[in-house]
Design a protein around this ligand. Structure first.
Ligand code: ZN
Ligand code: ZN
Length: 389
């Protein structure tokens, strides 16, 4: 596609290719079938395909689809995972395996073709992995909380497990054992989505606290960059490695495409101070100093750029700081405000309105198609080629 037909970058938008409105309930997960005009989705109480229907005796809770092998792994509320191979024309599904993986509802399932491993997490607070050839369980690990995000790095065999406490756990998996590498916590809410880029060795985590954090795991710097561009819970993350763009979706209905080629700075640690670090007025809980100097205390705020504790009077201005991940206007102190140029304020992400409250997303890089599922029980398919380019 010639660049000039696309117009100015800021005018480019995802175009709605179609929507599917035949559902009786909200579709909590769905995938785009590459090379086919098809979508596989599951919703209560049966699995619904564009091409076929399959009735299950139990509720399906999550799924993983591998396009190369057409293997579909479906987690159930009973704790088992049912596996099927879809026929080439997607009109038939043949059951291959059933795994008794968990004691409660399966929360995430992930099939890793390279290892022939089926990774899963459940409401029983366990992480397990099975050999998809033999059907044998290879190992299990207790998680501290209910898991909502799971990613795997094939090359180094590390699993990333994001949970409801906001923590991300890194596990190193062997054929039949695993070791805890580290845990890290940056969110104040649940981890709702994880996305791993094996090329840059970067992990993205999305949370109910509205923020996304980019963790430089394998990188040289070990930085954690915060991305603030949504006003509600993050529902999905996907990294387009060929263009180095991150796509994020939120229950506020927004789709944000982040340019990850720009170098962003880490947000500063918030400094603790009893008084404004600009005008030295004491904050209101500093009773002794207030009494001594007979000043009325002020409320403590923090400048998002320098991290200093400042009073409202010394931080009256607001600015977007895209290079620190703040696409929205945030509190900055007056001296930092003066140092932020118009150029610094240029957005590093584009914002699009899906016009439904997104609960799930899936991006298919080969076609440039993005699927969003909403609380309106509709699946929308977006052509992202004008934006992710
Ligand atoms: Zn002040
Ligand atoms: Zn400042």
């Amino acid at each position: 596609m010639a660049a000039e037909t696309l117009g100015e970058p800021r005018d480019r938008k995802p175009s709605l290719q179609g929507s599917i409105e035949a559902f009786q309930d909200v579709v909590s997960s769905a995938v785009i079938i590459p090379k086919e005009d098809g979508v596989i989705s599951h919703n209560k109480p049966f699995l619904f395909f564009v091409f076929l229907k399959h009735i299950f005796p139990n509720l399906s809770t999550c799924m993983s689809f591998n396009p190369e092998t057409r293997r579909l792994s479906i987690g159930m509320d009973t704790g088992s995972i049912c596996e099927f191979i879809l026929s080439e024309d997607y009109n038939k599904m043949t059951p291959t395996n059933t795994y008794q993986a968990h004691q409660g509802k399966v929360s995430v399932v992930l099939f890793v073709l390279e290892m022939e491993w089926l990774l899963s997490t459940g409401q029983d607070k366990s992480f397990t992995w099975h050999c998809s050839e033999s059907g044998q369980q290879l190992g299990t690990h207790r998680t501290s909380s209910w898991v909502s995000g799971l990613q795997f790095d094939v090359e180094t065999r590390h699993a990333f497990v994001g949970d409801q406490s906001g923590q991300v756990t890194i596990l190193k998996l062997e054929q039949d054992s695993c070791s805890l590498v580290t845990t890290f916590k940056g969110h104040t809410g649940n981890v709702t989505a994880l996305c791993w880029d094996p090329v840059q060795r970067v992990l993205f985590s999305g949370s109910s606290d509205h923020s996304i954090i980019m963790w430089d795991i394998g990188g040289r710097k070990g930085t954690a960059i915060e991305l603030q561009g949504h006003s509600e819970k993050i529902e999905g993350l996907c990294y387009a490695s060929h263009t180095r763009q991150l796509i994020s979706c939120s229950s506020d209905g927004s789709i944000v495409v982040w340019n990850m080629d720009v170098t962003r700075q880490e947000t500063p640690e918030w400094l603790d101070s009893d008084s404004c670090q600009k005008c030295e007025q004491p904050f209101f809980w500093n009773f002794k100093q207030m009494w001594d100097s007979k000043k009325i205390g002020l409320r403590q705020h923090h400048c998002r750029k320098c991290g200093q504790a400042v009073c409202g009077k010394c931080s009256s201005k607001r600015s977007a700081i895209p290079l620190m991940g703040f696409e929205f206007e945030v509190r900055v102190c007056d001296s930092c405000y003066g140092s932020i140029t118009e150029e610094d304020r240029a957005p590093t992400a584009t914002f699009h309105n899906s016009k439904h409250n997104i609960v799930y997303m899936h991006y298919e890089p080969t076609t440039g198609c993005l699927l969003t599922s909403g609380t309106d029980k509709v699946i929308k398919l977006w052509d992202m080629t004008a934006v992710v380019s």
